[in-house]
Design a protein around this ligand. Structure first.
Ligand SMILES: Cc1cc2nc3c(=O)[nH]c(=O)nc-3n(C[C@H](O)[C@H](O)[C@H](O)COP(=O)(O)O)c2cc1C
Length: 254
């Protein structure tokens, strides 16, 4: 699927928590697996593996019962949580673009060890997915509950570019992102967490950052430009922690 279709889906996708339990046809599952195995990485050097689980193989204290779950495993290298968010959000958008529905599950775990090809990999997170009898898509962006653009950026003239990132899903809708710098070099920062919130959100908020970056990357491509990810440190605004910079280049790369 071309990136433009994923981009368009950003403006209508939603999380679904009630599923039709009829399993999807094998061919559909294969299509999803092929897409998932070929997603773009934020950090190309990190090895990841994606597998499908069914409800018998998932433990969830707030059960969301779905016919299928997609589970991601990763090497634990610098930036791996953002990388996982970046990759799996492409799958979340792909599902929505194909009239399927999904929900990120921050607490669920596989009920048994799933063998991966590399022992250094750990389970990171999963997405529930399938069909639903509920409404598949939002009608327009007024149906999103999100911070306003001025709460997440100080950059003038970049509202259109950043709108896709503003609409990104996050754990407990926490939206921990902030965009500063300028339109050509966007500094991406994450909200610093209080002593009380840190144990709950420190890990998962890094996945959220990867999700917002996926939306930003698609938005940059939509404008016919290229995103370059640069980890050279810059100053973050007060109350935020620097994550990376996105440099916006002229033409599209492959
Ligand atoms: C990393 C992550 C973890 C999440 N974990 C859960 C979860 O455990 N249970 C749940 O019901 N929703 C979960 N969500 C869904 C969010 O609550 C949802 O994305 C957010 O409220 C925004 O709503 P929307 O996705 O419909 O736009 C999670 C979302 C993300 C991005």
């Amino acid at each position: 699927m071309i990136h433009e279709e994923l981009y368009k889906t950003i403006f209508t996708r939603r999380s679904i928590r009630k599923y039709d339990m009829t399993p999807l046809p094998e061919q559909k599952l294969q299509e999803i697996k092929n897409f998932a195995d070929n997603t773009k990485k934020l950090v190309p050097g990190i090895k990841c593996e994606i597998c499908f689980l069914d409800k018998e193989n998932v433990k969830n204290i707030f059960p969301i019962k779905a016919p299928h779950y997609i589970s991601i495993y990763s090497e634990k290298k610098e930036g791996y949580l953002m990388n996982v968010g970046f990759m799996l959000q492409q799958v979340d958008l792909f599902l929505s673009a194909n009239n399927l529905v999904s929900c990120w599950l921050g607490i669920a775990k596989p009920s048994k060890e799933v063998p991966t090809s590399n022992n250094d990999m750990e389970f990171v997170i999963m997405l529930a997915f399938g069909n639903t009898h509920e409404k598949l898509h939002r009608a327009d962006t007024s149906e999103f509950k999100r911070k306003g653009i001025s709460e997440i950026t100080s950059i003038t003239g970049a509202d259109e570019l950043l709108e896709a990132a503003r609409l990104a899903p996050s754990a407990s809708n926490s939206q921990p992102w902030y965009f500063s710098g300028d339109q050509n070099e966007i500094i991406i920062s994450r909200e610093k967490l209080s002593f009380l919130k840190a144990p709950i959100f420190n890990r998962i908020n890094q996945i959220d950052m990867g999700i917002a970056l996926c939306h930003l990357w698609l938005s940059i491509e939509h404008q016919g430009k290229t995103a370059y990810f640069d980890y050279t440190k810059s100053n973050a605004p007060k109350g935020y922690e620097f994550m990376l910079k996105v440099k916006v280049g002229g033409g599209k790369s492959c």
